[in-house]
Structure formats: structure tokens, C-alpha cells
Design a protein around this ligand. Sequence first.
Ligand code: HEM
Ligand SMILES: *[C@@H]1O[C@H](CO)[C@@H](O)[C@H](O)[C@H]1NC(C)=O
Ligand SMILES: *[C@@H]1O[C@H](CO)[C@@H](O)[C@H](O)[C@H]1NC(C)=O
Length: 501
Amino acid sequence: MLLQLLSVLWEALSLQVVLVFLVAFLLFADYKKKIRPRDFPPGPMPLPLLGNMLNMDFKKPHFSMQKFAKKYGNIFSLQVGNRRVVVVNGLQLVKETLVHQGENFVDRPVLPLDKEIFTSFGLIFSNGLSWKQQRRFALSTLRNFGLGKRSLEERIQEESRYLTDAIEAENGQPFNPHFQINNAVSNIICSITFGDRFDYYDSRFQMLLHLFDETMYLQATIWSRVGLLYNIFPTLMKHLPGPHNTVFKNWGKLKSFVRGIIEKHKEDWNPSEPRDFIDAYLNEMAKVGDETDKHFHEENLLHSTLDLFFAGTETTSTTLRWALLYTAIYPEIQAKVQAEIDSVIGQSRQPSMDDRDRMPYTNAVVHEVQRISSIVPLNVPRMTTKDTTLAGFHIPKGTIMVPNLTSVLFDKDEWETPNVFNPGHFLENGQFRKREAFLPFSAGKRVCLGEQLARTELFIFFTALIQKFTFQAPKNVTLSCEFRMGVTLSPLPYRICAFSR
Ligand code: HEM
Ligand SMILES: *[C@@H]1O[C@H](CO)[C@@H](O)[C@H](O)[C@H]1NC(C)=O
Ligand SMILES: *[C@@H]1O[C@H](CO)[C@@H](O)[C@H](O)[C@H]1NC(C)=O
């Protein structure tokens, strides 16, 4: 009786069961092949759809990562959602990726979330011919508008006067220098791109900077939380509430601000006298004629301008905030910088780039601040342009690459005391010493486009501030180097006292 029942059941089910097993087997085989191609760098075994989400401690992603690096070595793989990611650690491998094999790793991955915000236009998130043309044009235009020339230096000197005046007005009382520094730094990129600076008391611009700041922070939150889901289920997520909607809305406002400025430029544009980046771009657009392979159009203008603003403000301003924090925490280092300023520049004139060669100690301090604060810890992600081999592993086309810059800036084989704030890393017999592992701007074909501008700003702003003030912790306050992760790794908001010298 029982047997009979079983055999009937068997007959009814067998076909389906076999089919289900077959499909499951095929899916699994396919999944294994997709997840881990042959000779792919080692890493934790991912689950379908979720990838390695469950292997990560989301509150402390740093710790999970350190564990992986310990277990698997300098190159390991992760599955994030439906994308394969390879993390590369240490000077040698990071240089191999960015420089020696630069051409194979030059693309940016285009993830749905980034595409929604940044589109694939502009400088940072573009690829191929469009990227090449935008980058070449931006570099030469930055040069035309004063990069590496006296005129830009003078603009930065003038801005540091506004900045020191604003800080002077704090009268030695504890204050948070965040927005004054932000405003000063963004004014430099504004004068290059828009042809104008904004006053520190201009409420509309202040609102914009606050909006920008909030967006930077939220952006990082959604990259780490919503981003994952967004990149797997873009259409679904677009319609769900969450922080990504605020970010989209904020970017919308930033875009319309820049659009307004572009429209204004079109009205009083004089092709024979370009005043700034936007004017020069309008000239380039007018030149295009019928050449179809040129990518100079309004969307690229908008996004290149936004990218310069985005990449040029947050980074330099965060670095300066770290610099003030470290100088206040290490008064003996601050005193040495002041002694060098007093002997080379004095109090009666402003610092200039010519002074830098005669100021090895100050230069070393600026470099050491950049090293230890490692504000773009995992670089901006790259993607392989074709199948390639790295450290003996096979990396297929389309793999997302993460060259870990912190692992270079803290590489134990390169730095004498990687975890200590030590300007001595950049000094030898009292002279400035260049270091190969100093890569805060990354390296290779996609190296930071604003490196020279950033270095000029950092040196002049920092030196002008330390020339005029002594920075100290407020009474009874211990300053901390704890950070928060936004788009850049930045100090927690702090208050500080600036005493006139
Ligand atoms: C301390 C300041 C700065 C740091 C630490 C920094 C760092 C970086 C890093 C790590 C990248 C990614 C490079 C790569 O993919 O390998 C980058 C890209 C970029 N940076 Fe900077 N940056 C700084 C300042 C600036 C400034 C002032 C500008 C404005 C002109 C700027 C514009 C850009 C642009 C446009 C890109 C994208 C380049 C491309 O994809 O081709 N950066 N930066
Ligand atoms: C990057 O390098 C730092 C320093 O070596 C390490 O603590 C961190 O876990 C690394 N991150 C990844 C993603 O490997
Ligand atoms: C600092 O702390 C001391 C002892 O705790 C206290 O007496 C003093 O009033 C504090 N000073 C300020 C400015 O808060």
C-alpha cells in the first residue's frame, strides 16, 4: 500500500524533481563560474546575489578588510552585490596597477547609483574618448588661467588674506574653522571656473556650501548602505524613500546653481576674451562644427565644471582642517614651522611658492599631514579595460579595482614610523626628501588632475595661517584625531583657538 503510493507519487513528481535539480545544478555551476573565474585572486566565498555582504562587519568595515588582507595577502577579491572587486595593497602592487599597467586599469566602473548622480559625463566618472578630451582640455585650461603662473599664486595669496581676516575676527575664542576654510578653498576653484569669488558672508553661497557638505556626507552613507542595493535593483530603489533621494535632490540644486552660472556666461560671453573655464569651454563648443567625434557639449560642460568644484573643494579643505588639528596637537612642530617662516619670510610679506624650496621643514609638515590623514583612502575606483594579469592572477575585463592608497601611505616597508605624525619622513640632513610612497594624489594616467593646484593651495594657505596665528586647543579640551568617513576621510568637527602672533 505504502509502496504503491510512493510509486504513484514518484511518477508524478519525478519529472519535475529531475528538472528542478537540473536547473539548480546549472545555475550553481554558472554562478560558480561567474563568481570566481579561473586564477582569480583569492577571497571569501560569496553567496548568490548578496556576495560577501555577510562577511563584512558594516559598523567596522576596516576590521573585516584588515582580516581579509591578513588572510589572503596583498591582493584579494570580494563580491559586492553582482560585481567582482579586487583590492590591491602595498606600494609595489599599487604602482603596478596604476602606473606600469596603467592603460589596463584606466577606466572607472559605471555603477547605477553614480550614473544617476554624476552621469557618465565630465571628468571623474567618464571613460574613453570623452574622458580623454575633457581631461586634456581641463588641464590646458587650468594652465591658461594661471596654474603654475604668478596670477594664480596671487589669487591664492589674496584669498589667504580674506581667510586670515575672518579668523582674526574670532578674537582667539574657540571656533570651528570648517566653513571659513571651505569657502576660501572653493573660492580658488570658483575664480578659475566661474571667474569670481564669493564673500564669506554671502548667504546664498554659504547655503550652497552647507548643502554641498551635507551631500558629501550623505553620499558616503548611501555608497556604503543604499548603494549596494541601488546598484543591484536600480529601478526599484529609485522609487523607494531613503537618503539617496535627499542626495539626488541636493545634487539637483547644485546642478541648477552651476547651470545658472553657465547661462549667465552665455549672455555676456565674448569669444575673443575668455575670462574663465566656462568661457573657454563655450569657445571650444563653438569650434566643434560638424566633427562628430568631439565631446564638447553642454552636458560635459556642466559636469566638468561640477567635477572641478566637487573634487577641488572638499579634498583641499579637509586636508587643511587636518593640518590645523595636527599643528595644534603638536605645538613643538608648530613652533618649528613658525621659526622657519620667521627666518625665511618674516611678517611683512605673504608666502609664495618660491619660498617653498627654502622651507624644507614646513614643506615636510604639509607632506606629512597629507600622508597621515590619507583622505582618499581607497582611491577612486578603477575598472579593467581588458582581460589582464596582475601578480600572477587573472583579472577579467570589467573587474572593479580598488588600489588601497592608505596601504601605500602606511606601508611598513617604506616608512620608518608609519603610525606616527613625523615630518622627519620627508627630511634628510635638514633638506626636503621626496618619497616614492607619497601617493595621496594617486599616480599614472588618471592621477589627480588638480595635484599642482592643490599643492600650491596647501602650501600658501597653510603657511599664511601659521605665519599669522598660533593654533591651540581651547582650555580643558583635548583635541582628537578621530575621523568620520564621508566622500573623504575628515576630522570630526572640532573647535580651536587662533591667537594672533
Ligand atoms: C589635497 C587635495 C587632493 C587630493 C588628496 C586629491 C586626490 C585625488 C585622487 C586620489 C584622485 C583619483 C585618482 C585616480 O583615479 O587614480 C583624484 C582625482 C581627481 N581630482 Fe583630485 N585631489 C585633490 C585636489 C584636487 C583639486 C584641487 C582638484 C581641482 C582641480 C582636483 C580634481 C580632480 C579631478 C578632476 C579628478 C578626476 C581625474 C580623472 O578621473 O581623470 N583634485 N584626486
Ligand atoms: C587598506 O590598507 C590599510 C592599511 O594597510 C588597511 O588597514 C585597510 O584594511 C586596507 N583596506 C582594504 C580594503 O584592504
Ligand atoms: C578647566 O578645568 C578646571 C578643573 O576641572 C576648572 O577649575 C576650570 O574652571 C576649567 N576651565 C574652563 C575654562 O572651563
